[in-house]
Design a protein around this ligand. Structure first.
Ligand SMILES: [Zn+2]
Length: 55
């Protein structure tokens, strides 16, 4: 896993979409089992990219 060390203070750290790199609304510390749009082996997707893949 890559770590870029950039963290906005006072703002919740959210996962980025592995495809478009946009920030999702999934908290980085959320259990994988509770995440939506998470693909095992790939990572977190945003709803738009998820829809592209699974339409
Ligand atoms: Zn995306």
């Amino acid at each position: 896993m890559k770590k870029d060390g950039k963290q906005d203070r006072g703002k919740k750290q959210c996962e980025r979409c592995v495809i478009c790199r946009r920030e999702t609304d999934v908290p980085a510390d959320l259990e994988i089992g509770l995440r939506r749009f998470y693909i095992e082996g790939a990572g977190q997707l945003c709803p738009a990219c998820y829809r592209e893949l699974y339409r």
